[in-house]
Design a protein. Structure first.
Length: 224
């Protein structure tokens, strides 16, 4: 494994407790911030109604508005984090805000895979483990966590360590710095090899299609 991969596999920083059950994507990224045609400018909308009053004034009692959590990189949330609509903007906004990892007991399924595909790391731990971590990071003097993706552990400031599960494919994507498109492109040689075998075994498909190169993945010419 390269040194760059090892560095990507370690995330350390301030963690903020956000113990809200069923925090949905509409709350994470309200609809009024979905006006652009690209991914830019979404950080301002993240958790807007929790961070600000209706007049746009920061709520002083909201954790991310307090000085001790101003540089938060890790959120520790409640069950069913990211439920609701499928808007991928919720993930993009969190990343733009500087959030690299979310810890929660469970996730909305679409949010979970949107996060993995965009390199926002969603970690699932048992509810009692999340509660213990939340209690520790609620104190500014112990609000630091270290995530070791290679070893699949979360370590607290007190030295407690919690293991988590990550599918091998997603772990490799994270360590190699790839999103879902990059991971697919990295398999191009295998895709092309499969296509060559497929068309050799099924030449009639090629004839019926009327195309010498019917596959959108084919990047090299095929012998006839």
């Amino acid at each position: 494994m390269s040194e760059a991969s090892r560095e990507r596999g370690r995330i350390a920083g301030t963690a903020a407790p956000l113990p809200i059950a069923n925090l949905d994507t509409d709350q994470i990224m309200p609809k009024q911030f979905l006006l652009g045609i690209d991914k830019s400018g979404l950080a301002a909308g993240v958790l807007y109604d929790l961070r600000f009053t209706p007049d746009g004034i920061p709520r002083p009692d909201f954790v991310l508005n307090t000085p001790a959590y101003a540089d938060t990189r890790i959120l520790v949330g409640g069950p069913n984090f990211g439920c609701g609509s499928s808007r991928e903007h919720a993930v993009w906004g969190l990343l733009q805000m500087g959030i690299a990892v979310v810890l929660a007991p469970s996730y909305g399924e679409i949010f979970y895979y949107n996060a993995l595909n965009n390199r926002l790391l969603p970690i699932m731990l048992a509810p009692e483990q999340i509660d213990a971590i939340s209690a520790e990071i609620a104190l500014p003097e112990t609000n630091q966590l270290v995530i070791d993706v290679l070893g699949q552990t979360v370590q607290t400031a007190s030295g407690r360590s919690y293991g988590f599960h990550l599918e091998a494919r997603h772990k490799k994507m994270y360590l190699d710095g790839l999103d879902v498109l990059g991971a697919s492109h990295a398999m191009l040689p295998q895709i092309e090899a499969f296509e060559r075998l497929h068309w050799a075994a099924n030449p009639w498909v090629r004839v019926l299609s009327g195309s010498a190169s019917p596959s959108p993945f084919q990047t090299t010419s095929m012998e006839t």
